[in-house]
Design a protein around this ligand. Sequence first.
Ligand SMILES: *Cc1c(COP(=O)(O)O)cnc(C)c1O
Length: 406
Amino acid sequence: MTDPRFPDSSSAAITGEEAHVAHNYHPLPVVVAEGDGSWVTDVEGKRYLDLLSAYSALNFGHRHPTLVAAVTEQLGRITLTSRAFHNDRLGAFAEALAELAGKDMVLPMNTGAEAVETGIKVARAWAYRVKGVAEGRAKIIVASGNFHGRTTTIVGFSDDPQARDGFGPFAPGFEIVPYGDAAALAAAIDDDTAAVLLEPIQGEAGVVIPPEGYLRAVRDACTAANVLFIADEIQSGLGRVGTTFACEREGVVPDLYLLGKALGGGILPVSAVVGDREVLGVIHPGEHGSTFGGNPLAAAVGLAVVDLLATGDLQRRALALGDHLRSRLETLVGAGVTAIRVAGLWAGVDIDPARGTGREVAEKLLAQGVLVKDTHGQTIRMAPPLVIRATEIDWAVAQLRLALTD
Ligand SMILES: *Cc1c(COP(=O)(O)O)cnc(C)c1O
C-alpha cells in the first residue's frame, strides 16, 4: 500500500519501515537520506533545516569534518578490541574527557541508558562499600517528570504512564520527589540514601528549567548528608546550554556526570560516567562492563568531540545564538505560543491549543522545510546543531510564525 500524500520513493521507504520495524516510534513522514551540517536532504532531494539534532546527539551537526576524519582514520587502523585487552585510543579519550569534566576517571559505555544504569550501580556499590549503608537498602532519589532512558529499571522510576505501563515488575530502591522542589528533596534524604539522580534541565519533559538556586540547594543537601549527586547531562551537556555542562549554570559540580548523545558526535553511540576516584574506584574488575564500551572507534570519535569542546568556542557560540533564538521566539509569545523556555541553544515552545497540537505544528513545519519534534502534546522542542547560523534561526522562527498563523 502506498501513501498518496508522498512521492513513490518516500512511500516505499515509509511502508517498508511500517511493515518490518516494530512501531515503537511515530516518526514524522519524511525519509532522510543525507545530512550536512545543520541540513538534511530527503530521498526526493528536498532540504530541511534540522532543529532536533537527534535530541542533541548531533550537537556538532551532521558529518562534522573533524569527526568524520577522526572516524575515517580510525577505521583504517582497528575498530574493536573488547576490554579484554588494552587499546591505544581509550586512555587518551578518558584522560581528555576527565579533564574536560574536572574529574579523575571515566567509565565508558555506549548508550545513555547504559550510562544511567552504570551510575546506579556505582552509587549503590559506593553506598555499601564506602558510606556503610546496610546491604540491600540503598535508596536513590529521582525527580518527577524525569527521563533517563528505556531499560526496565529506568522506566520503573519514571512517572510517565506511557513509559511504564505494561513493563513491570520494577526494581525497588527509588523514590520520586517533585522536580524543582529542593526542600522536598532534602526531606526525602535518609541514612540509606546513596544518591540523588537528576537532569539539571529536563529535556524530554519539554526543556523544563528548575528554579534558580535549585541545583545549588541539591548539591548542598547531598554534601551535608554524604549523598552522591548524579547529574544526567546526556541531553543537557556538551555545549547545548552554552556551557560544557548545564550544572555550570549554577556553578555546581556533581559527583558523577552521565554523558551520552553528543559524546558520539552523531556518528556512534558513545556514553560515559565521569567522576572522581573515590567514587568510580569502587567498581572492581568483573563487576561491570560492556562488549563495545570503550572500543577504539568510539574512543577516537569521543576524543575528537572532547577536542572540539576543549576550546570553549562552541559553548560561547551556543550561548550567543541561544540569546538570539530566545529574542526571536519571544516575539511569538501571545501569537500562537503560550510560553517558551530557553537555555542556550535549547528551547521548549508551548503551542496554544487553539492553533493545534505540537504534532500538527511539527507536521506543518516539516512541509515548510524545518525538522522539529513535539513532546507531551503541546510542546515543541528545539535543539539545533551548535553550528547553526543566526540567519538560519531567523528563517526557522519565521517558518514557525507561518505555521502558527495559516
Ligand atoms: C536520551 C537520554 C537518555 C537515554 O539515552 P539513550 O542513548 O537513548 O539510551 C538518558 N537520559 C537523558 C537525559 C536523555 O536525554
